[in-house]
Ligand binder design. Sequence first.
Ligand SMILES: Nc1ncnc2c1ncn2[C@@H]1O[C@H](COP(=O)(O)OP(=O)(O)OP(=O)(O)O)[C@@H](O)[C@H]1O
Ligand SMILES: [Mg+2]
Length: 685
Amino acid sequence: MAKLYLIEETGKTLPQPVANHTRLAFPFEKFNALQSRFALEGLHTKDCNVICTWKTGTGKTVCAYLVCEAAMRRNKKIVYACPLKSLAEEKVRELRKLFPARNVEVFTGDYTDIEARRERALRADIAVVTTELLDSVSRTRLVSDVLLKNCMAIISDEAHIIATDRGPSLEGALVRISTANPAVRHVLLSATVPNGKELGSWIMALNGKDTYVLTSSWTPVSLKWHIVEVKPRKPRKEWRREAINRASLLVRMLLSSEPESRILLFVWTKGEGRLICERLAKEGFRCAFHNAELELDDRLSLEEGFDDGSIQVLVSTTTLAWGRNTNARHVILFGEKRGLEDVDGWDILQAGGRAGRPGRVDKGDVWFIVADAEHAASLIKEPPEITSRLVETSPLAFQLLGEIPIKGEITADKLFRWYKKTFAFRCIRDEDPLDLLIDALDLLERCGCAVTDSRGVVRLTNVGVVARRFYVKPEEIHCLCRVLMKIKEIPDSEEACDLLSILFTAHSASQTKSLYLTIEERAELESTYVEEWRKKHRGLILGDVHAYVAYSVKSWHFFNSQNPPQPVPFKAREFVYDMERISEVCICLAREVFSLPEDTIKAMKKTSVILRYGAPYEAGELLEIRGIGTKRAVELLKLGIRTKKQLIDSVKGKMRDRVLKVVPLSVLKPLLEEEEPIVESAFSF
Ligand SMILES: Nc1ncnc2c1ncn2[C@@H]1O[C@H](COP(=O)(O)OP(=O)(O)OP(=O)(O)O)[C@@H](O)[C@H]1O
Ligand SMILES: [Mg+2]
């Protein structure tokens, strides 16, 4: 019988730090007291689960790396799940340094090429994944079999994510993985889990292993919180102006008393981040704005700049708030609200926890600028308890989708038994869990993904199979289907194309959580686009927001070919990132479910390429040529070349030299060879 062990370290019970029980080249001599406890208990080698809830900066990652080491010694695999990409990047760098002879593979955001993923999963000794990827992988036996068969442990870093809207993907994945392979150990890490015991007993029930819940109030560096109240509270704009003044005053004060110290200033919205950064720059501080809009290289160079001191104040969205290690001596938190809502307690405490890190900065101060001191104090007192979001219909339906077999059927009873294994089942208070399950099945049915017959047998529809295969939420595939149905009725392929770009963007928009329009944007949208669009596609109401997105992406991809090219805005980049997957989903639906004509499918491919590359519409055919991207396509358009045939003809004719300046011979050769075999010496440069 498995047991739940609670190891609570108070100041008095801490063991003496021990020298490293490891061959890993950590950048320090001794484990700290908590890590020593971990090592002395042998929690890295024992066949058990661990829920580690020590405070921020206590070195929980080191314990996770010890588990990795134990796995490598036994030639087993490790899956390391990180919620944030930037944290995943940090872990990958560290893991590659600590395990130079091992294969550390990263899996993020690609849901389509299963064969390639399977290959990489086979090769990986340590697979670093995002939580969504873990969920998606665990639904595909082809990949999960190779990844999990020989896996010793899944490490879930920042496990409080379970309580956020991205939590169901981790929860669903852990249940699925434990059902498929109960031998896999679970290691959950988070500084902001006050109810580790509850989480522990759920994990213990999942795989039947002894489970250790580690708690402690000990911190390696002293972290002091200061609440800075700024009034007046209303209107918000006024408060913001005042608060920005206070933040800049604070920065001046902190840097004049400790000129060498670094300050991380967290904001909860990008708009505020930009405003503050502009203000600080104006006042002569060396500052920069770190956010998800930046490319990886730019983000890394800002982080380096902050580490080496060339940046004094790094303004950041929550991209750096969870788990990251920097040289920040001070953290300033800008406000307790995101829009009208309170910021989650986890975000506040995690962000504050970035001040002072062992081995880097020996103490930390957090300056929490707020509108209401009393309320703010209640937010930082203790993080909220971790509860499951799988009690909500929509995420539950999405998880159920992963439980219904692609071929064959499953009974509702069996699905209910699955539900009993979730953490959600332990969190349900007043409702009847069976009702929740029925609501979710009902949603699947309404979205056209599954049918339940009178005997309580559940089957996926063709649409459901596509949704499951491509990891698309039921409501979203429903939205795609509705538009595809309309397209079926449109005889004109040009018009269908227009609709297709809206379809793609609309879908992406539905995944973008915060899409706020300013009054000006809305007015512009209504006068220039929505009315026209509505007239044209009567009855096809996807909402103004979607239309706006379609509009803005359209203007983006039409005008981005300007010289010099404009930087691609974040939202557009997000769409582009998703475009490949969405177009695959649409093409699959178009062929297998709606039997759309090949012409339309061709148009779909073209639209997706155009949106992905951000090129003018006329460049569609050129972009399908390997080696031709937006830049080259735009140059060719300037030469009057729009099609593959025109390109080939121009190379053979008078335009040859001008074309070769734009496109190298190596790109053209395969095209020309398709036409007729050529001899290379026929070309001169
Ligand atoms: N025994 C040690 N001695 C000195 N420094 C250490 C020790 N253990 C860890 N560190 C350093 O402390 C820093 C914080 O470690 P780590 O990122 O593992 O903390 P954490 O507990 O995961 O914090 P968070 O909850 O914020 O994610 C790292 O820079 C790490 O290298
Ligand atoms: Mg951590």
